[in-house]
Write a protein that binds this ligand. Structure first.
Ligand code: UTP
Length: 609
C-alpha cells in the first residue's frame, strides 16, 4: 500500500514524508482521511521531528478505534447522525404520552415486603453485582476515589468494603456458596486507586476471580456538525467522558455478561459508587423481578413534583410503549404539552405519579445479553452541544457523545417488561455526591442534601429500622444541623451484612429490648442474638463474632459510648491532618468508652451487662 498511500496523502494536501509508519497506521490514517479527518494529520513535522508525539497520537487513535464498537468511523458516523437530529431540534418524545409506570410499592415493611425478600433471599447465588465507579465526583470534591470514603465513621468502613461485605454475606447464605460476581467499572482516573484499595485490603475477603474490573475510556470530542474530531494541540485529541452507559458496552465487549449468563447468573444489580443503601433493597427487588417477570427493574423513591431527580414514566404512542427515565427538566414541558397543562402535580401524599430514579437497576441477564449482542453494547447515545447561535451551525466548545446506563430500555421491544419498585428513601437512596456548602444550600432550599453526613445518617436509620421491625423499641434522638446539614444524633445502629440481609433474618436474632438517644449498637456476625438488650444515653455496644461463634447478648449496657464532636475550622482546613472523609462531614465521633466484645474462635458465648 506504500505508494498508493503516499499518493492519497498528496491528493488531500498532506505532503509530509510518511515513510516511517506501519501498514496498520497508514490504513488507519487513510480511513480517517476518507471520513473527514484530514485536519488531524495536517502540518505534521518531517520524520525524525516530534516522532514520539506523533506515535503517541496514533496510539491514542488506535486505542479508541479498537475500544469502540464500529471503531472511530462508527463513532464519527454516530456523531454525525445525532448532531443532524440535534440541529433539527427533533423532540425525542414526539407522539408519546406519559403515563404512570407499572410500580410495586415497597415503601413500608409489610408482609408483602417480606414475601418478596424471601423470594430474593433464595437466589443470592443467581445475582451478580455491577458497580459503576468511573466518575470524577466533582461535586463532592474529594481528593481520592469515592469508593475509599467511609460510609460510616464509627468504624470508618469504606463504601468498597461495605459492598464487599454484602457480597460475602450473600454467598455465605446461598446453598451453593458460589462467589457472587462483582463487576467494577473504573476509568483512567479511578482505576489505579481502586486496584490499590483492593490489593491493600486483600480484596476485602473476596476471591480475586470473582472481581471483574472493566475500564472505560474517554471518547474524542467533536468540533463541528460534520463530526470533525477536535484537537487540543497538534498531535493531541481532546478526550471527554462518555458516561456511565459505557458499562453496557464493556460488559458486551469483554464478554463478561455472556460469561456470567453461561454460569447461571440470572440478574445483575447495577449500583453507584456512593449509594450505601443499595443492598438494603436487593433481596426484595430480586423477589419483585422474579415474580413479575421484569426484564428491567428500576429501583425508585417517591419524588415530589419538580425534584431534581430523573422521573420514571411510561411513554405510550404509535403502537409503542416504553418505561423510561425522563430527565426532570424535560418532564414538566412534556406533561404540559400532553396530559397536564399544569405540569407535574402532587397526589394526596404530596408525590408525583412519576417516581424518582435511584439508578439502582436490576436487569435480567438473558434478556440483557441478547440486547447487548444486537446493539453491540452501544446504548442510546445522545449529544448535547451548546450552539453559538440559533443557526446551530457551530458549537461554543467541542462536544461528545454520551450514554447513560438507565437508558437501556430505549432498546426494548414489546416483549421486554420494565417495572419500577418504590422504596423509602433512607432505605434505598442516599448518595454521597455533594460538598458541605452545596449540601447546606440544598437543605435550606428544602431539598435532599445527598452529602456525606446525610449518607451516614441514613446508614444508621436503616439499622434502626431493622431493629424496630425485629421488635426492639427504638427512640430517635434530636436532629442537629452541622454546618447547615441535618444529622440525627442517634441511635447509631449498624447491623453488618453478616448479621442480617433481610428483615426476617434480623427478627430471628432480636427479641425485645430498647435503644434510644445517642446510643450505638454494632453487630457483626451471623450467630449473634440479642435478648432484651437495653442501650440509652450515649452507651455503645459493639459485638463481633467470627463464623461459628454463637453469642447471646443480654441486659442493659451503660457506658460513655461515642460522642459526636464537631470539627473546628482549623481542623477542616486543607492544612489540617484530620482525614478528608471527616472534613467533608464536619464532625467526628470520639470513643469515650464503648463496650467492645470480639470473638475470634468458634464456640458459645454470653455477653451480659
Ligand atoms: P455521578 O452522577 O455521581 O457523577 O455518577 P460523577 O461524575 O461521579 O460526579 P460529578 O458529577 O463529577 O459530581 C453516577 C455514577 O456513575 C458513575 C459514578 O462513578 C457514579 O457511581 N460514573 C459516572 C461512571 O462510572 N462513569 C462516568 O463516566 C460517569
Amino acid at each position: 500500500m506504500g505508494h498508493a498511500f503516499l499518493e492519497k496523502m498528496e491528493l488531500v494536501g498532506l505532503s509530509t514524508n510518511w515513510n516511517n509508519l506501519t501498514d496498520e497506521r497508514r490504513e488507519l490514517i487513510t480511513t480517517l482521511v476518507e471520513n473527514g479527518q484530514t485536519h488531524l494529520f495536517a502540518g505534521w513535522d518531517e520524520p525524525g521531528t516530534n516522532d514520539d508525539a506523533k506515535f503517541a497520537f496514533l496510539e491514542s487513535l488506535e486505542k479508541i478505534d479498537g475500544g469502540y464498537p464500529g471503531g472511530l468511523v462508527g463513532y464519527i458516523e454516530n456523531a454525525r447522525k445525532l448532531l443532524a437530529e440535534s440541529a433539527l431540534g427533533a423532540n425525542p418524545f414526539e407522539g408519546l404520552t406519559p403515563e404512570k409506570p407499572e410500580t410495586v410499592d415497597l415503601t413500608t415493611f409489610t408482609a408483602e415486603f417480606e414475601r418478596y425478600e424471601a423470594i430474593g433471599a433464595k437466589r443470592f447465588d443467581k445475582v451478580g453485582v455491577v458497580l459503576v465507579a468511573g466518575g470524577l465526583g466533582e461535586r463532592l470534591g474529594y481528593n481520592g476515589i469515592k469508593l475509599d470514603i467511609a460510609v460510616e465513621t464509627l468504624e470508618s468502613t469504606s463504601y468498597l468494603k461495605h459492598y464487599a461485605e454484602n457480597l460475602l454475606a450473600m454467598q455465605a447464605r446461598s446453598e451453593s456458596k458460589r462467589p457472587v460476581p462483582f463487576v467494577i467499572m473504573v476509568s483512567k482516573d479511578t482505576g489505579p486507586k481502586t486496584l490499590e484499595s483492593l490489593e491493600a485490603n486483600d480484596y476485602f475477603g473476596l476471591d480475586r476471580g470473582q472481581v471483574h474490573i472493566l475500564q472505560q475510556e474517554l471518547v474524542p470530542a467533536i468540533a463541528d456538525n460534520d463530526g470533525a474530531l477536535a484537537l487540543e494541540a497538534k498531535y493531541a485529541l481532546i478526550l471527554k467522558p462518555h458516561g456511565h452507559g459505557d458499562i453496557h458496552m464493556l460488559l458486551h465487549t469483554s464478554g463478561v455478561a455472556a460469561k456470567l449468563a453461561g454460569e447461571g447468573i440470572e440478574h445483575l444489580l447495577f449500583i453507584q459508587d456512593t449509594n450505601g443503601p443499595s443492598f438494603n433493597t436487593l433481596p426484595a427487588a430480586v423477589g419483585v423481578s422474579v415474580e413479575n417477570g421484569y426484564d428491567f427493574n428500576s429501583l425508585a423513591i417517591n419524588r415530589v413534583p419538580g425534584e431534581a431527580v430523573g422521573a420514571l414514566a411510561k411513554l405510550v404512542g404509535e403502537g409503542k410503549e416504553f418505561t423510561l427515565n425522563v430527565e426532570y427538566n424535560q418532564l414538566d414541558p412534556l406533561l404540559r404539552a400532553t396530559i397536564s397543562p399544569e405540569g407535574d402535580l402532587a397526589n394526596e401524599q404530596g408525590y408525583s405519579m412519576f417516581p424518582g430514579n435511584c439508578n439502582t437497576l436490576l436487569i435480567k441477564l438473558d434478556t440483557y445479553v441478547e440486547i447487548l449482542a444486537a446493539s453491540h453494547g452501544i446504548i442510546a447515545e445522545f449529544v448535547n452541544p451548546k450552539y453559538t447561535d440559533e443557526t446551530k451551525s457551530a458549537f461554543k466548545k467541542p462536544t461528545r457523545l454520551e450514554t447513560m446506563m438507565q437508558d437501556l430500555p430505549k432498546l426494548f421491544g414489546a416483549s421486554e417488561k420494565v417495572g419500577v419498585t418504590i422504596f423509602d428513601r433512607f432505605w434505598s437512596f442516599s448518595p454521597n455526591k455533594n460538598n458541605i456548602t452545596d449540601a447546606a444550600a440544598k437543605h435550606a432550599a428544602g431539598g435532599p442534601c445527598d452529602a456525606s453526613a446525610t449518607a451516614e445518617n441514613d446508614f444508621y436509620a436503616a439499622g434502626r429500622a431493622r431493629l424496630e421491625v425485629a421488635g426492639m423499641k427504638v427512640e430517635t434522638a434530636a436532629e442537629e444541623l452541622i454546618l447547615g446539614v441535618p444529622f440525627t444524633l442517634g441511635p447509631k445502629v449498624i447491623p453488618r451484612p453478616s448479621f442480617a440481609l433481610t428483615l426476617a433474618e434480623g427478627r430471628g436474632k432480636v427479641s425485645g429490648g430498647s435503644i434510644s438517644g445517642e446510643a450505638t449498637l454494632i453487630l457483626d456476625g451471623a450467630d449473634i442474638t440479642l435478648e432484651n438488650v437495653e442501650l440509652s444515653g450515649k452507651s455503645a455496644l459493639i459485638v463481633k463474632a467470627c463464623e461459628g461463634a454463637k453469642v447471646t447478648v443480654k441486659g442493659a449496657f451503660e457506658n460513655e459510648g461515642f460522642e459526636l464532636v464537631e470539627l473546628t475550622e482549623a481542623e477542616r482546613s486543607a492544612e489540617s491532618d484530620v482525614p478528608e472523609y471527616l472534613k467533608i462531614r464536619g464532625y467526628k465521633f470520639v470513643n469515650r468508652g464503648a463496650e467492645i466484645h470480639e470473638f475470634a474462635e468458634p464456640g458459645e458465648y454470653v455477653v451480659e451487662a
